[in-house]
Design a protein around this ligand. Structure first.
Ligand SMILES: [Zn+2]
Length: 225
């Protein structure tokens, strides 16, 4: 299993390459370069939130807590007093950062559903929806944000598999095959639910497919693939 620094560096490299590619193909403007890079790095550390004491779970839940507490502040700011705004901000932060994180630790196991291809696609689509439906970015830009996160996520899963090979005596470690998972008979209900949610989200966002083809065509026009 690769450590935090390896995942961070791997995702940063993948992020610079993919964001430059999106920029060169005119899929996004220069303003979004940094956003794409950050999303790839977040995607690169995200899967280890299923590891109870990892750096990843602390960072991701701190980011989530800050994001949603800012949202709650914006939501109440026009209707409530300063005191209520402050209470709303800090209570949302504390509930997510110290409450939800412990519930999440109890519900997940390391190298479970979060180390799988369908989960990487599901969370990337949720990022697309949050960006397009919630933050009102264009569908194309939102899809690039989702793709950037997905590239980081897949880089993480690939690195975990790579580090599952013992190169000194060319043997596979026990962990081999537990990161780039498509389906596992050990968790039939979990994976079935995951695929049902995934296909439902694609069904209610059909523009994802047409925009993905558009991005592919824009990149192919560069004659690098
Ligand atoms: Zn991992």
């Amino acid at each position: 299993m690769a450590n935090f620094q390896t995942h961070f560096s791997g995702a940063a490299i993948a992020g610079v390459l993919s964001s430059s590619l999106f920029l060169s193909a005119n899929v996004v403007s220069i303003h979004y370069f940094l956003a794409c890079l950050c999303l790839t790095i977040i995607g690169g550390i995200f899967p280890d939130i299923d590891s109870d004491h990892s750096e990843s779970i602390k960072i991701i839940f701190t980011l989530l807590a800050l994001f949603f507490s800012t949202f709650s502040l914006i939501f109440v700011t026009n209707h409530a007093s300063l005191l209520i705004c402050i209470i709303s901000f800090f209570s949302t932060y504390l509930v997510i950062r110290y409450g939800l994180i412990n519930a999440f630790r109890h519900l997940t196991s390391h190298r479970g559903l979060f180390h799988s291809i369908p989960m990487s696609l599901l969370i990337s689509i949720l990022i697309y929806m949050l960006s397009h439906w919630g933050l009102k970015f264009s569908s194309l830009s939102s899809l690039v944000f989702g793709f950037s996160f997905l590239i980081g996520y897949i880089t993480h899963l690939g690195l975990d598999e790579f580090y599952s090979v013992n190169f000194s005596n060319v043997k596979l470690k026990k962990s081999f095959g537990s990161a780039l998972t498509i389906f596992s008979l050990n968790n039939i209900i979990g994976y079935s639910l995951l695929y049902i949610i995934l296909f439902s989200l694609i069904f209610i966002n059909p523009i994802i497919i047409s925009n993905a083809i558009l991005i592919k065509n824009l990149i192919l026009k560069m004659h690098i693939l």
